[in-house]
Design a protein around this ligand. Structure first.
Ligand code: BGC
Length: 417
């Protein structure tokens, strides 16, 4: 019997997009009127300050990305810049983002814009925000439509919400992100789930578990309202939602399998069921997995997360069921020494290829992150960047692993496993 020759090189479909991602308040600097800036002023989050000063340095940062063979880039729009007061929109800031998008086009990089990546304007959070404003979905949809109306000629791919589930979980259950709501039962209920961060004492209340479930539905309604509003002003835009797939899996024990199914249902399928019909494509973020009944001890990243790039394959196969084009909008590793990143990226990419071979309609990958940045509740200590940032001098240094990724991007292929 003839066996198929082993492919030495795994080729990606023609036109596959390779790039990296950032988000506004994590890199731009100088943002003082959103809920994260407020949280840091109140001592609940590490100071943000000028971050990477990407607001002023985007041209030279994009020069580096282009030199690394990137042909796409994901960024987010800072809602508090565009709508600094309720219903008042700032056209100067729109002009800024128009220039950012033009800078990408000039470098032949396809832009992917996320309309909301975790931070909201203070006027919105202080008036109840997604926590309690009954018109929150419509307010959000109005902002989204405004942005797309003004940027839609420069960008086709818009995502409404970045990672509703981690936001609900950290903001309304763990109390580590704005609005710092904590459900005291959490630690007991999900002990052992990776990515755990220290709990704050803020807004601790049993009733937060109800608010946690309610806010997930509010996020779904907000996405659906935004989808409709965007389509009215720009029918040709491709609208997606960014979902972080936390891969729950198990050994052969049926109880462990049941746990994994329930958690996949809770974290991914029940949320996606509410939004996928209002998605032209789906953007997938992958970082974490949890295997029930696992005895193997994994090597860890600087976040103390298991190094398990193989999980991206499972994440993509899980998302394939929605039969939409898929993009990896984030996947990456915190690795200050840069000793693990290159291997991590190669293994991620090999497993993306495997998912494509099994029918996932994957069209692009954006590594998290283009540069070191404000890593949320961890401040500036964790280093995800292809580009290292010296936060004292703001000097940029391209890491060696970025060159390994550049070879993948330029050749549109990766060496086989
Ligand atoms: C978020 C990013 C974050 C990254 C690493 C993702 O969940 O979208 O904002 O920096 O994870 O923790």
């Amino acid at each position: 019997m003839e066996t198929e020759p082993i492919q030495r090189i795994l080729k990606f479909p023609e036109g596959f997009l390779w790039g990296a991602a950032t988000s506004s308040f994590q890199v731009e600097g100088g943002i003082d009127n959103n809920d994260w800036a407020e949280g840091s002023r109140n001592g609940l989050l590490p100071p943000i300050g000028r971050a990477c000063d990407h607001y002023n340095r985007y041209e030279s940062d994009f020069d580096i990305a282009q030199s690394l063979g990137h042909n796409c880039h994901r960024l987010s729009i800072e809602w508090s810049r565009i709508e600094p007061a309720e219903g008042k929109f700032d056209l100067m800031e729109i002009e800024h983002y128009r220039n950012v998008l033009k800078a990408l086009h000039k470098r032949n990089m396809v832009p992917f814009v996320t309309l909301w990546h975790f931070s909201v304007p203070i006027w919105f959070s202080e008036s109840g925000g997604f926590d309690s404003r009954s018109d929150a979905p419509e307010i959000f949809a109005r902002y989204c439509a405004f942005v797309v109306e003004h940027l839609g000629d420069l960008c086709k791919h818009f995502a409404t919400i970045n990672e509703a589930m981690p936001l609900a979980s950290n903001g309304w259950r763990r109390g580590t992100w704005p609005p710092f709501r904590e459900w005291p039962g959490f630690e007991w209920a999900l002990s052992g789930v990776p990515g755990a961060m220290p709990l704050t004492q803020k807004n601790k209340s049993i009733s937060n578990i109800y608010k946690y479930f309610r806010v997930m539905s509010t996020f779904a309604r907000a996405h659906n309202a935004a989808y409709r509003a965007i389509k009215k002003v720009s029918p040709g835009s491709e609208v997606s939602i960014v979902h972080q797939v936390l891969v729950f899996h198990a050994n052969n024990n049926p109880i462990n399998k049941l746990f994994a199914s329930i958690l996949n249902w809770h974290w991914t399928y029940s949320f996606m069921a509410k939004v996928y019909k209002q998605c032209d494509s789906i953007s997938v973020n992958y970082y974490l997995h949890k295997k029930f009944g696992e005895t193997r001890v994994y090597e860890k990243s600087d976040m103390n997360w298991d190094i398990y790039p193989e999980g991206i394959y499972q994440a993509l196969i899980m998302m394939k069921r929605y039969q939409k084009p898929l993009y990896i909008s984030e996947a990456g590793i915190a690795d200050a020494s840069d000793s693990k990143r290159a291997d991590y990226i190669q293994r991620l990419v090999q497993h993306m290829h495997k998912a494509i071979e099994e029918g996932a309609d994957l069209r692009g990958y954006m590594y998290w992150s283009l540069m070191d940045n404000y890593e949320l509740a961890h401040g500036y200590e964790k280093r995800f960047g292809l580009i290292a940032i010296n936060f004292d001098t703001l000097e940029r240094t391209v890491r060696d692993s970025a060159q390994v990724y550049a070879r993948i991007a330029r050749s549109n292929s990766v060496d086989n496993f």
